[in-house]
Design a protein around this ligand. Structure first.
Ligand SMILES: NC(=O)c1ccc[n+]([C@@H]2O[C@H](COP(=O)([O-])OP(=O)(O)OC[C@H]3O[C@@H](n4cnc5c(N)ncnc54)[C@H](OP(=O)(O)O)[C@@H]3O)[C@@H](O)[C@H]2O)c1
Length: 358
């Protein structure tokens, strides 16, 4: 397979660096361009990027000159890890110019014609991209906490129906980007507020689990109450969840549907697909971010402590890697699925042919 050139927008940031690390030696894509804010543009990547990954900076990007987000780009697919202060109009401009923007930013997630994709859950929502007003298109992945909640809710919703969700998060500091929360605020502390996070969990989850009817998505009918906290953990968002179910189910039945859950990425054996999208733990004290966040290369949602809830029906603990399955890894898996399900080909063949030939 000939590799597709891609650009990373927001290449100097936490998510942008994770894109570059995960795209090294990728079988479908190669990093062709790096884009950041005007203050970083015009400088070699190794000179402007404060590289924070465990792996070395890939040699093929180190000497690339960073481009500015107002420049024309030649890559067909643009992976966006841009600050949401800037991402909205920039992503739209590139989609208008014929690029496929695969974004982590919040700006377009709730647009009526833009899907929030978890390919194991709602790959049929990719259809919306072919009807967008752009010459290219925009695909988003959810907020990082929403990702793990929606992944775990999807098979439970399908098997038993979910009417009520109470979720309390304990979110890692890497979720705030770099340098993120000041050390004097977070060390030995819990901050019981993350701006906009609770609203994102309450709205995005219902869109992801919703049904595509014609050109619009009917939100899943459930009530979600989210409480979000920043805790002194480096990577990995943990969530304590209680669920009200339409049809009663035992913890064993819940575990069985979670363990059986699979989707197109697994069926297509995609390069970034975890063998199991959801890992079920039976130990009393798992999952834990320090022990489990890198299970399945950070691409699975972990679920444990599945037990009866005396207020609702079932309660459990969920964990996931916020910058991998919660951000860059999710976007790469979205792009792989989009390619392998034939959507990229269909997008390029639609009436308004993408102007980008990359
Ligand atoms: N961190 C997570 O766990 C996580 C998870 C899910 C989603 N997200 C979302 O992903 C995005 C990136 O988050 P992050 O944590 O990586 O933030 P970050 O570390 O602060 O990085 C932000 C990036 O945006 C770039 N940028 C700022 N203004 C720009 C402009 N005008 N044009 C082009 N690039 C611009 C920055 O470039 P300069 O270095 O040049 O300023 C930097 O590369 C955000 O929208 C965030 O909400 C983050």
């Amino acid at each position: 397979m000939e590799k597709t050139p891609v650009a990373v927008l927001g290449a100097t940031g936490t998510v942008g660096q994770k894109f570059i690390a995960l795209l090294q030696n990728h079988p479908y894509f190669y990093v062709n361009e790096l884009v950041a804010s005007p203050k970083s543009a015009g400088t070699r990547y190794k000179e402007v990027c404060n590289w924070k990954q465990d792996s070395f900076m890939p040699a093929e990007v180190a000497d690339m000159v960073v481009k500015s987000s107002d420049e024309d780009l030649e890559s067909l697919i643009l992976f966006s890890g841009m600050d949401s202060q800037a991402a909205g109009p920039i992503e739209e401009t590139y989609a208008n110019r014929g690029h496929l923007v695969v974004s982590n930013a919040k700006n377009h997630r709730m647009d009526p014609d833009v899907p929030i994709i978890i390919p194991e859950v709602n790959s049929d929502h990719f259809d919306m991209v072919l009807r967008q007003k752009y010459a290219g298109g925009i695909i988003t992945n959810s907020n990082c906490s929403t990702m793990f909640l929606a992944m775990v809710l999807a098979p439970i919703q399908k098997a038993f129906g979910v009417h009520t969700v109470h979720v309390t998060t304990m979110q890692a500091i890497s979720g705030a980007g770099y340098p993120g929360v000041p050390s004097m605020d977070i060390l030995g502390n819990v901050i019981p507020f993350i701006g906009g996070e609770e609203e994102k969990m309450e709205t995005e989850t219902k869109k992801i689990l919703g049904t595509l009817r014609g050109e619009t998505i009917l939100d899943a009918e459930m009530t979600i109450s989210a409480q979000c906290n920043r805790v002194p953990v480096f990577d990995g968002h943990t969530e304590s969840v209680s669920l009200g179910l339409h049809e009663k189910a035992s913890p064993e039945e819940i575990m069985a549907v979670l363990e059986a859950f699979t989707g197109p990425p697994q069926e297509l054996s995609l390069p970034s697909a975890p063998e199991k999208p959801i890992l079920v733990f039976r130990e009393d004290n798992r999952p834990q971010p320090a022990r489990d966040v890198w299970k399945n290369a950070g691409m699975s949602a972990c679920a444990g402590r599945i037990r009866p809830c005396p207020v609702l029906d079932i309660k459990m603990v969920i964990l996931g890697h916020n910058t991998v399955r919660g951000a860059a890894g999710a976007a790469i898996l979205n792009a792989e699925t989009f390619v392998e399900m034939g959507y990229l080909k269909a997008l390029r063949e639609k009436d308004s042919l993408p102007v980008c030939s990359g």
